[in-house]
Ligand binder design. Sequence first.
Ligand SMILES: NC(=O)c1ccc[n+]([C@@H]2O[C@H](COP(=O)([O-])OP(=O)(O)OC[C@H]3O[C@@H](n4cnc5c(N)ncnc54)[C@H](O)[C@@H]3O)[C@@H](O)[C@H]2O)c1
Length: 323
Amino acid sequence: MAVLVTGGAGYIGAHVVRLLRERGDEVLIVDDLVTGIADRNPGVPLIEMDLAHTSSVEELAQLLTSRGVTAVIHFAARKQVGESVAKPAWYYSENVGGLANVLQAMERAGVAHLIFSSSAAVYGDARGLVAESAAKAPTSPYGETKLVGEWMINTAVGAQHLDAVSLRYFNVAGAGWPELGDKMALNLVPMVFERLDLHESPRIFGDDYDTPDGTCIRDYVHVMDLAEAHIAALDSLSTQIPASGRHRVLNVGTGSGTSVREMIDVILRVSGAPQTAEVVARRPGDPAMVTAQVSAIAEQLGWTASRSIEDIVESAWAAHQRR
Ligand SMILES: NC(=O)c1ccc[n+]([C@@H]2O[C@H](COP(=O)([O-])OP(=O)(O)OC[C@H]3O[C@@H](n4cnc5c(N)ncnc54)[C@H](O)[C@@H]3O)[C@@H](O)[C@H]2O)c1
């Protein structure tokens, strides 16, 4: 089967592309290379296209038809929360508009299988163990675009006879292969690496939260576990024609949390850096603890995360060293 991976030149998409190739699937990447890197997966056909542009509907539909694509995995999106606050309309046109164009192209080409990259950002300030049914209250335009994306798929599945899975990722880190590491310092692990490179102390934003060591707790999932969740999602899509109009929305995390201090300790040990963590003031809006309830994905896809925090940090550090 041929799978089209939008955003396949990016950090997470490139891992999924590689896993698909390794098991012999035909893969095609569509990416505008704004944050993607063209040679993350040499030899995989890459079509440069801005999916937010309306002309992409026709171009993409032709591509889906001519290459016999049966499933789309849609990663392509802008993902910087701060940037989304500064440019909300642009984020909507990129992320919501991009998905609308992909759905229209799929309709024209009769492609019925979709996997969508959603995010724990749809829950906004949710705290504790977060189930899929928790209140959706995004606190940034970025999170809003992911929630609107899910809504759009909710209604499109019936009208277009799609079988779709949206995966709400929690904190993604690590690398499956050193050359596929995350190049952007938007999350804790790469942000700490950046501080170490500058010979500065990693910062802890507040150590007076109501958690065992006083620092915030998050659910970190290894990018390889996440990539395998996409493969499980893809394989779970029904081959029934017309597709059933089903849209499953599932958290992807480990179900357990790691505190900022624990994570920094592992990073300092793995990197051998001489620095120690420095505690600074809390950042506004950081909930004390957020972890994913993951029973639904285990039941529905038979997937659970298997890699440890050490695996995440060691693989991310190896990727960082390669740079
Ligand atoms: N990294 C995380 O922690 C995380 C967490 C939750 C959700 N997500 C979502 O996962 C997806 C992948 O994230 P990532 O970390 O790999 O980011 P990334 O920036 O590395 O990858 C996104 C890719 O999409 C491409 N792209 C973006 N807009 C496009 C457009 N209009 N047309 C064509 N290509 C476009 C970029 O060039 C890039 O290659 C995104 O949808 C993101 O919102 C990521």
